[in-house]
Design a protein around this ligand. Structure first.
Ligand code: SAH
Length: 476
């Protein structure tokens, strides 16, 4: 973050605008919306400018440092770099934050693009790096925010004291507001039915606050890493959470989306570092829910694919806790999409199987290898980096060709994604040569030949035009 975002109270505060033309007019309009006491200073003033601000003060002469006295902010808006620079320097000497319009290098603060819905304002800045991107973001947010959002916010403001008097603070009051903003009150306000919205609000306030204070647990799939792969439902639940329990497969970029005030609890686990045993995670969730909290158990990928979501759900239900599951994009799907390798293909693969490469007590995974021998079946191995050798040996021993294409995808959909391609017989060598540490999936089958894209490693030895010598062709 290069600039610190704030919203400033300017109502009845003096703001100096140095300039008398179009640029000063534009800035003045925005400042007037925030209720600033405007003072313009310039030797010449456009008639438009004077007409636009009936209650502003106009000083018709060149800027003098004394003009800054009592000003909260100053805008140098003369479209004249030298003049604007001297004003900014005078402002700095006087300790007044200054902005030179369209000259970011001179500015103490910059003004964002805004989406204005009355009390609801979204400000967007790209710190001057990409104004066009800023504008396109603004267009998207404009489309997202109903025009009457301002009416809804105004209604909420009017009822704040009544709500505070009637409903105890903390989670109960927050939940009340959540119901307001997602129920009939919001629907009516956004549809332009102000009396109907008020009526619904009064009804909600007078209704007995029966909503039981029992908490709830959502077991939520976070997807493989890219926050854009979250479902809309996951995003909403993250923003309503009181507590989030997460493990190391969940990307920081996704944790950023959790409601700011929510507690975050790291519960492990890497293969060898079980920060909290499974039973304790279950007990913790149950206890938090029984305290009335909205608990989110956030898991990498999908909770029901090698995620132990089933066990957690069972434990919660056995304890009588309300529990729900929100699916996520499992690693196999995320990696397939990222690399362009389809998991099924009319010409190459009629089925796909997700397999764990992890052996419960270490050693070789206990898998029905014969069932995986069909050449028309795509296999996706999870947790398989350390057992690549077993996988290649057993698949070949049970009839899959050593030349079957494989692709290892590490950190799929993340910034540090890596793709390593080759043949099944070289799998352990590929893991070694690609320095794959995981999390990674191993894709086995004809479709793996299509894997391509961001992070693809070229492991061909340029001098021999053959795969680098490190490969062991042990099972040919
Ligand atoms: N529930 C998760 C899987 C958890 S098991 C899901 O549905 O994806 C952990 C394994 O998932 C890792 O060993 C790895 O095989 C795989 N995995 C998770 N995230 C991944 C990613 N971004 N890229 C590649 N593999 C990933």
């Amino acid at each position: 973050m290069r600039y610190f975002p704030t919203f400033m109270q300017l109502r009845e505060r003096r703001v100096l605008v140095a300039g008398g033309g179009e640029t000063a007019l534009r800035k003045g309009r925005l400042l007037a919306k925030a209720g600033a006491d405007l003072v313009f200073v310039a030797p010449a003033m456009d008639a438009d400018l004077i007409a636009a601000f009936p209650s502003a003060a106009f000083i018709k002469r060149g800027f003098e440092p004394d003009d800054l006295s009592g000003a909260r902010l100053v805008f140098a808006a003369n479209d004249d770099e030298e003049l604007d620079r001297s004003i900014v320097e005078a402002a700095r000497a006087a300790g007044v934050p200054a902005n030179a319009v369209d000259q970011p290098d001179l500015c103490d603060f910059i003004t964002p693009s805004i989406v204005d819905r009355g009390d609801v304002v979204v400000a967007i800045s790209t710190a001057g790096s990409a104004p066009v991107l800023g504008r396109s973001l603004r267009a998207r947010i404009e489309a997202l925010l109903p025009q009457r959002m301002s009416d809804l916010a105004a209604l909420a403001r009017a009822f704040r004291p009544a709500v505070a008097a009637r409903i105890a603070g903390g989670p109960a009051r927050r939940r009340f507001w959540e119901r307001v903003f997602s129920g009939p009150v919001a629907e009516r306000a956004l549809a332009g039915d102000a009396p109907g919205a008020r009526e619904a609000m009064v009804r909600a306030l007078n209704a007995p606050q029966t909503e039981d204070e029992a908490g709830v647990v959502h077991i939520v799939g976070a997807g493989p890493g890219d926050p854009e792969l979250l479902t809309l439902k996951a995003l909403r639940i993250l923003q309503e959470a009181d507590v989030v329990l997460h493990d190391n497969l969940v990307d920081d970029a996704i944790l950023e989306l959790v409601r700011r005030d929510a507690d975050r609890i790291y519960v492990g686990k890497k293969k060898s570092d079980h920060s909290l045993p499974q039973s304790e995670i279950g007990e913790l969730m149950i206890r938090l829910a029984q305290e009335g909290k909205r608990v989110v158990r956030l898991k990498g990928g999908d909770p029901f694919v090698f995620g132990r979501g089933g066990e957690e759900l069972e434990a919660l239900r056995a304890a009588g806790v309300d529990a729900f599951v929100v699916p996520g994009v499992t690693a196999a799907l995320g990696c397939a999409a990222e690399t362009g390798a389809p998991l099924t293909h009319r010409d190459h693969a009629q089925s796909v199987t997700f397999v764990t490469g992890h052996a419960a007590g270490g050693g070789s995974p206990d898998i029905d290898w014969a069932a995986l021998a069909s050449p028309a079946m795509t296999l996706v191995f999870y947790m398989s980096v350390s057992t690549a050798d077993d996988i290649a040996r057993n698949l070949i021993a049970h009839g899959r060709a050593g030349s079957t294409p494989v692709a290892i995808v590490e950190n799929g959909s993340r910034a540090n994604q890596k793709i390593v391609k080759g043949a099944l017989r070289d799998l352990p060598g590929l893991v070694k040569a690609g320095e794959v540490k995981g999390p990674a999936i191993v894709l086995v089958g004809d479709v793996a030949q299509f894997a391509d894209g961001r992070g693809l490693l070229d492991l061909v030895d340029q001098s021999t035009e053959r795969p680098a010598a490190i490969f062991e062709r042990a099972y040919a």
